[in-house]
Design a protein around this ligand. Structure first.
Ligand code: NAD
Length: 130
């Protein structure tokens, strides 16, 4: 039986492709995106789409009756945190905390987060060994 799945960042690269795939597998997809970086045209047909910032409390309501949350919303520009720490904190850290809050509030079965290899840096010690 299909699941009811929430994807944040559904107007972005990963979120929109994931939505496509899940819809083709007959899952019900609910999507959230602030359109800060993504495009409305990316949102696949069939997605119940909410233009919403993940930090908005309304996200908690959207997560009601959801089986799985894929959290893909982010401002994913390497190095930007040095110049725009407030924006990065808002869109990456705070929004993740809000989604975890929604997960706990509604006993969502699974929360899937996609980070980036970039956060581990170049790991000089390991590179020297190679
Ligand atoms: N693209 C890749 O190859 C790749 C690989 C590994 C990991 N990731 C990670 O996956 C995540 C998504 O990457 P992407 O390439 O799809 O980025 P993207 O910029 O294409 O999509 C991110 C989406 O999040 C939305 N967004 C940003 N802040 C928001 C907020 N506060 N509330 C609601 N929506 C918000 C943007 O509008 C955008 O549509 C990032 O964390 C990235 O580091 C990406």
């Amino acid at each position: 039986m299909g699941k009811r799945i929430l994807i944040t960042g559904v107007a972005g690269f990963l979120g929109s492709h994931l939505a496509d795939k899940l819809i083709s597998q007959n899952h019900e997809v609910v999507g959230v995106d602030s359109l800060l970086g993504g495009y409305f045209d990316n949102v696949p047909e069939g997605v119940e789409f909410h233009v919403l910032d993940c930090n908005d409390r309304a996200v908690i309501d959207v997560a009601k009756d959801i089986d799985i949350i894929f959290h893909r919303a982010a401002t994913a520009y390497e190095g930007l945190s040095v110049f725009s720490p407030h924006m990065i904190n808002h869109n990456n850290f705070q929004s993740t905390a809000q989604l975890l809050n929604a997960t706990v509030t509604h006993n969502v079965d699974r929360f899937v987060y996609t980070s980036s290899m970039a956060r581990y840096g170049t790991n000089e010690a390991r590179l020297k060994k190679l």
